[in-house]
Design a protein around this ligand. Structure first.
Ligand code: PNS
Length: 165
């Protein structure tokens, strides 16, 4: 079976979606036959954006990509993959902190379902930016425009100005 016959899932919290996420999804599209972006919940995280907002911002940011669908993950990621006929999970890997976390999740997901995880090293131009750090910069009135789409930048500004006071 060729990798072009494989349906891949790119899962994440996307709180908010960044140019780093778009890069990983674009590269997954080049590698596999189809890509589903799964917007999930990590119950240990406090989110800036609601689930619906994260879905909408991610959908809008990826609307220009052919063959990419953005869907909500309800429940386990591995159940979502099975339901969608996906056999590979693709995630970006920025550094060794990511690696430890991603290795655990990859092993757990493989044990739960047999689904393989492919880790793509982050592209150099996106460095080690994370949604967590961008939220921190934005909450302190910093400018994150170089790391996100104009729509996400506007949404973050609106959210932050609404939450301060
Ligand atoms: O961007 P994140 O926060 O690393 O994404 C984490 C996410 C949403 C992919 C992960 O929390 C997830 O898969 N959630 C669905 C529930 C689940 O399957 N949890 C076990 C993962 S090992």
């Amino acid at each position: 079976m060729s990798h072009k016959d494989v349906m891949a899932v790119c899962p994440g919290s996307f709180d908010p979606v960044t140019l780093g996420h778009l890069d990983v999804v674009e590269r997954a599209v080049a590698l596999f036959g189809g890509v589903i972006v799964g917007v999930g919940r990590n119950s240990t995280k406090n989110y800036l954006f609601s689930f619906d907002e994260r879905m909408q911002l991610t959908r809008d940011a990826m609307a220009h990509m052919d063959g990419v669908r953005v869907l909500p993950i309800d429940g386990l990621l591995t159940d979502f993959c099975r339901l969608q006929g996906a056999t590979v999970i693709v995630k970006g890997l920025r550094n060794s902190t990511d690696f430890d976390y991603e290795l655990q999740m990859a092993q757990l997901n493989a044990a739960l379902s047999g689904i393989e995880t492919v880790l793509l090293p982050g592209s150099r131009q996106y460095g080690t930016i994370s949604s967590t750090l961008l939220r921190e910069v934005a909450l302190n009135n910093g400018d994150i425009a170089q790391f996100v789409t104009p729509e996400v930048d506007a949404a973050v500004r609106a959210k932050v100005s609404g939450s301060v006071g």
